[in-house]
Design a protein around this ligand. Sequence first.
Ligand SMILES: *[C@@H]1O[C@H](CO)[C@@H](O)[C@H](O)[C@H]1NC(C)=O
Ligand SMILES: *[C@@H]1O[C@H](CO)[C@@H](O)[C@H](O)[C@H]1NC(C)=O
Ligand SMILES: *[C@@H]1O[C@H](CO)[C@@H](O)[C@H](O)[C@H]1NC(C)=O
Ligand SMILES: *[C@@H]1O[C@H](CO)[C@@H](O)[C@H](O)[C@H]1NC(C)=O
Ligand SMILES: *[C@@H]1O[C@H](CO)[C@@H](O)[C@H](O)[C@H]1NC(C)=O
Length: 327
Amino acid sequence: MSSGTQGVMFLLAIMVSWAIDIFAHNSEVHVKLENRLKSKVYLSPKITQFPGSVSNKTYYDIKFPKGHIAVKSFNAEVVDEAGDPVSLQETYVHHWFAVRYYQNKVSKDIIIAGNSGLICNLYNVTVDKDGRPLRPNYVGGLYCCYDGTQCKVKNGVRNVSRNVYLKYTVKWVDWSDSIVPVKVFIFDVTDTWQHTGIHKCLFEYDVKKSTTGVATNNYTSSRRSSVSFPTAGDVVYGFAQQYIGGTGASLYGEDGRVICSSKPIYGKGNDVGDEAGYIVGMSTCYPKPGSVKIAKGETVTLESNYSSKKMHTGVLGLFYLLVAESS
Ligand SMILES: *[C@@H]1O[C@H](CO)[C@@H](O)[C@H](O)[C@H]1NC(C)=O
Ligand SMILES: *[C@@H]1O[C@H](CO)[C@@H](O)[C@H](O)[C@H]1NC(C)=O
Ligand SMILES: *[C@@H]1O[C@H](CO)[C@@H](O)[C@H](O)[C@H]1NC(C)=O
Ligand SMILES: *[C@@H]1O[C@H](CO)[C@@H](O)[C@H](O)[C@H]1NC(C)=O
Ligand SMILES: *[C@@H]1O[C@H](CO)[C@@H](O)[C@H](O)[C@H]1NC(C)=O
């Protein structure tokens, strides 16, 4: 897999619900140095959007620090032409991720991992991007909102274009022998492994509206899946990913101990980063080094809770865990 070209790519799905004025000129790219920590800000290519339009972009070989480095952090946000962050109420960023990829020299195949989707109200979308019909009553999820599709907009909204960029900040240090590398594990609550012995991640699932919630005053829909952890290690960092309606997720060890719990943070206002009704962050775990261990072959269970007060289609229950392998 290591032969061929290597690079980093972005997969980005965003959607704009209404446009505002367009400002001129781009923000600058700058490098900062704090001790050995280097930091650089980059901009993606320009993405032009209209009210209700959906963008699902993939950019290969994006700008990224070169050399043998240890990435300390990677953050991204959508900005406008003036470089100011854009509210989720205006441009809803469903997800973004950057992955390393390899290109096979002979076949030109791109080898990567991962795929995800977008939820919106369908607007005359009856087939997926490959032309396969969507199942009846499919409200939204992985298959509907491909690049160039259109969500319904309110009557009277002016069709004005707006240019946005994904601005991402990478912090890194140059490699040295004192750096302990981590392995990234992604758990998916839809993984079928415990039933089939094969890892098959369906990513999205649906949460039905509870019919018994009123009587029991319990609107928790809980889903679980277990896997066998492949290596022994120390947990360095962890967090879950859920969509709107999510109420928290936990990873449990075989003995029932909590390895990491992560809850969505819902916005309360109108400010950028605090958009009411949206998930604006997830709480994280950053345990004292060496204090949370997982054994090789240990059964680890992921639990993902959603509110079943309303139906939620195409939700996610993912958990990201950074583990330093112990010898
Ligand atoms: C949506 O589909 C309906 C039925 O095919 C059609 O009448 C209508 O014009 C379409 N609307 C748009 C905006 O394409
Ligand atoms: C969005 O783009 C990614 C990467 O090209 C692709 O794998 C995915 O299927 C696309 N999603 C939709 C809904 O088209
Ligand atoms: C807005 O204008 C663009 C470009 O002309 C067009 O592609 C898009 O369909 C329009 N959107 C609506 C909702 O009419
Ligand atoms: C609430 O209901 C869910 C789903 O029926 C169930 O798994 C959970 O144990 C219930 N919680 C409480 C606190 O009763
Ligand atoms: C999920 O819901 C179950 C049942 O109500 C509860 O026991 C558990 O603590 C919840 N877990 C998280 C991570 O919120």
